[in-house]
Design a protein around this ligand. Structure first.
Ligand code: PLP
Length: 371
């Protein structure tokens, strides 16, 4: 039986042709394809300035650097995310301060974020986890009240929105990833989005050794440029993104309607989910390991994002919170123990959806647990 994969990156003929075209042109690094990609991507984020870089992690790191965030500063982040969220903070020499998530959205809880603010806080960095927008209205108000930067980790949230505003267009800056399993990719890549022209300029300088004009270095910078091969692939994928996102949403709707044994993911009022992941909670009576084994036996792939919250990963657990803090993250711990992501990607056929639903609903009969 062929296993239905939980993620399926698309590298089709159009992507290959685009890459070959750029290679033949000889203009391969941060050239016209990168400029075109930035311009086209800006239409997704209310025409904000867009700066392409070589990964989502670089996007986060350069954004924080450009904001002048560094040693002595704290950034409030969720612990229930991919390590890159906190790594970017540490890489600039600042400290991540972990706040809990909301049960329904899996995203940063504005009340918990408020409680985590200290005189050292420089920014709040919510993550639109799985493609569900964080509560940006309340987080935006919180950041404004305290005069803090708001950085959206939108690595998983291309084309998500809240109240009609797209993710990546709320914060002081938004940071996207184009890693192959993301809703669209450029092999590797990232994008910084911002309404602040000066911030965009700083990120442009930082990604290219501090230069705008060749050899007229203005500041200390890194090499985090995107290649034109990556940008050309990204442009092909961007063109397909609306259709793919629609397909993800239709797949999610069918899974919502069909699955009765697991807790399907709620969507907040006014939110449009991008369904980077379709993530259920597995009731304790079913058991997540047992569920994964039974699904695999039925040809359905699944994955746990993320089994260990960031604050319990070695680089963060070793240090622990500073003396005046303790990490009290019950929803984070609960999510890490319960979540399971099922296939939702646009390459699924209707028959695949039927197979996923049937395999999930068979869990009920083997264990006797209900929704
Ligand atoms: C929430 C989150 N933040 C940041 C990143 C980092 O992106 P990249 O892998 O492109 O560096 C990822 C993806 O891997 C992610 O899922």
């Amino acid at each position: 039986m062929i296993q239905i994969a939980v993620a399926k990156p698309v590298i089709g003929e159009a992507e290959i042709e685009a890459a070959v075209r750029v290679l033949r042109s000889g203009n391969v690094v941060q050239g016209p394809e990168v400029a075109g990609f930035e311009e086209e991507f800006s239409r997704l984020v209310d025409d904000r300035h867009c700066v392409a870089v070589n990964s989502g992690t670089s996007a986060l790191q350069l954004t924080l650097l450009a904001m002048g965030i560094g040693p002595g500063d704290e950034v409030v982040v969720p612990s229930f995310s991919f390590a890159a969220t906190a790594n970017a903070v540490r890489l600039v020499g600042a400290e991540p301060v972990f706040a809990d998530i909301e049960r329904d959205s899996f995203c940063l809880d504005p009340e918990a974020a408020a409680a985590a603010i200290s005189p050292r806080t420089a920014a709040i960095m919510p993550v639109h986890l799985y493609g569900h927008p964080a509560a940006m209205d309340r987080l935006g108000a919180l950041a404004e009240r305290h005069g803090l930067a708001l950085v959206e980790d939108a690595a998983q949230a291309h084309m998500a929105s809240l109240g009609g505003t797209p993710t990546g267009a709320f914060g002081t800056a938004g940071c996207f990833s184009f890693y192959p399993t993301k809703n669209m990719h450029s092999l590797e890549g990232g994008m910084v989005t911002t309404a602040d022209a000066e911030l965009a300029r700083k990120v442009r300088l930082l990604r290219n050794q501090g230069m705008e004009q060749r050899y007229a270095n203005e500041i200390v910078g890194a090499n985090m440029r995107m290649t034109d091969v990556a940008a050309a692939i990204g442009r092909v994928q961007l063109g397909r993104l609306p259709e793919w996102t629609e397909r993800r949403r239709a797949n999610a709707k069918a899974l919502d309607a069909g699955i009765t044994t697991l807790v399907t993911p709620p969507v907040a009022a006014g939110a449009e989910h991008a369904y980077h992941q379709y993530t259920v909670r597995v009731p304790e009576a079913v058991g997540r390991d047992e569920a994964q084994r039974a699904l695999a036996a039925a040809g359905v792939g699944s994955a746990v994002y993320y089994p260990t919250p960031i604050h319990r990963l070695i680089p963060y657990a070793a240090q622990g919170p500073s003396s005046e803090r303790t990490w009290d993250l019950p929803e984070t711990e609960r999510a890490a123990a319960e979540v399971l992501s099922l296939p939702v990607h646009p390459s699924l056929a209707d028959a695949d959806i039927d197979r996923i639903v049937a395999a999930c609903n068979a869990l009920e009969t083997t264990t006797g647990a209900g929704k």
